[in-house]
Ligand binder design. Structure first.
Ligand code: CA
Length: 455
């Protein structure tokens, strides 16, 4: 009964939405100005493009898609592309953004796809698309091919520590905190959380601990906890640290629950963060719509990197239907201003989140060398067998579709100088002086003192 009702209202909704979009197009054809949103942002609003007005090779096969997101700053390009009309500009007039309760839900929803009430793609930590494609984190180990299509963001993440540890040396450099960790280990180990295992936030916290000489598998307790619950746990004192995206770290500081030991921008400047990826099946069936979505995201990323737009971006993201938070929590980090909560204040635009271009070049383009780092890091901690060092290239070539990104960028008129010519960003350097040369992943692993793999 309920199922039938849901299906019925869903179909009805799609029909209604389709009909009203048609009416708008008709008006446009009759010579009226394109429909636009009222208000101050009218000039920045991209005009919805009737599909028939697009060049035939750019007309999307469908105008409807359902994309998942998690309410953190990584999702901004998706939300801005919808709210500022960039998806519609490229013919994607019916993009449904669906807030995911957790990363596990996003994974489950991609398995069933939008036809089953799930999603066709969206925001991902890395290397989730690779792990899903390999059937390593899916039900019954079903292999569900996914394509990584662009990076959404760099920076915007950090490691938060409970206020009870203030002044005990738990900071970016951990040398002064060793005795504290040893002392806690014999009673209640230092407990740190992330929101999904084996991906970004788990990897950032592990990298930071290991760089400080602590073994994340022996010296602390690491576990998966949904973001909202982590804040509650930190409040009650059962959680010592967690790693997550803005606005959560900043909220902790503002609410005097915790402080920031480090921004991920301090651990690895201009590091890869979260990505946009879709179900391969959907992309194969709708290649033009995929590029239309990508063009919308690229336009949103460029809009977001204009710092004059960031106050408005914070207001859009903070709205009840998206993050449901006071916009103020986002405005400062968006300008590279962080009150770390331990007396340290950062006011440096190069530490802010970037969506289109950062200090090392293009952010949106998905470098294969970055996929490799996430896979190598999974090998480092024993999450993936060592064979993945040699298998990684074939897996990345299947999952990373930078070729589609490039086609979309050309169609969008992105200057050739802004389209990377190599799939590698080259050698990367971390805060502890360790270097990752994508040509020599084994050498990187050998240079790391704490790891779970022998190379
Ligand atoms: Ca993140």
């Amino acid at each position: 009964m309920t199922e039938f009702f849901n299906q019925f209202s869903r179909r009805k909704f799609i029909l209604t939405a389709g009909a009203s979009a048609g009416a708008v197009f008709l008006k446009g054809c009759l010579g009226n100005p394109p429909a636009s949103i009222t208000g101050n942002s009218i000039n920045a609003q991209a005009a919805a493009q009737p599909v028939a007005n697009l060049a035939p090779e750019q007309r999307p096969e469908t105008t409807t898609v359902k994309l998942g997101y998690i309410p953190i700053v990584e999702a901004a390009p998706l939300i801005i592309a919808k709210e500022k009309g960039f998806f519609a500009k490229y013919g994607m007039t019916n993009v449904d953004l669906s807030k995911q309760a957790s990363w596990g839900s996003a994974r489950d929803n991609i398995e069933i796809g939008s036809a089953g009430g799930g999603i066709d793609g969206g925001q991902w930590q890395m290397p989730m698309p690779h792990l899903i494609s390999e059937g390593l984190i899916t039900k019954g180990n079903q292999k569900i091919p996914m394509y990584v299509l662009c990076q959404l963001i760099t920076h915007g993440n950090g490691i938060a520590i409970a206020n009870k540890h203030l002044g005990k040396g738990v900071s970016l450099q951990l040398a002064g905190a060793k005795s504290l960790f040893t002392q806690l280990k014999s009673s209640t180990p230092f407990t740190a959380a992330f929101t999904f295992p084996h991906v970004n936030q788990d990897l950032w916290i592990r990298y930071w601990l290991a760089a400080g000489g602590l073994d994340p598998d022996a010296d602390v307790k690491l576990l998966t906890v949904p973001a909202a619950q982590t804040v509650a746990n930190m409040k009650t004192g059962t959680m010592d640290a967690f790693s997550t995206g803005d606005p959560w770290p900043n909220r902790l500081v503002k609410d005097k629950i915790g402080y920031m030991a480090a921004l991920t921008a301090e651990i690895w400047k201009n590091h890869p963060e979260e990505y946009f990826a879709m179900k391969g099946e959907w992309v194969d069936k709708n290649p033009k719509a995929t590029k239309a979505i990508l063009k919308g995201i690229m336009a949103a990323q460029q809009w977001l990197d204009n710092f004059d737009n960031r106050k408005e971006a914070a207001q859009i993201l903070a709205a009840r239907n998206y993050f449901n938070i006071p916009a103020e929590v986002l405005i400062e980090p968006f300008q590279g201003k962080y009150d770390m909560g331990d007396g340290r204040k950062i006011d440096d635009k190069s530490m802010a989140a970037y969506y289109w271009k950062d200090g090392k070049g293009n952010v949106s383009y998905p470098y294969k060398s970055h996929d490799l780092w996430f896979i190598v890091e999974n090998v480092r901690w024993g999450f993936l067998p060592k064979e993945y060092l040699t298998n990684a290239k074939a897996l990345i070539d299947k999952v990373n579709r930078e070729d589609i990104w490039k086609e979309a960028a050309k169609e969008a008129g992105i200057a050739a100088a802004d389209i990377p010519t190599s799939t590698s960003r080259g050698v990367e350097e971390f805060f502890d002086g360790i270097k990752f040369d994508p040509e020599k992943p084994e050498e990187y692993l050998r240079s790391l003192k704490i790891k779970k793999v022998s190379v």
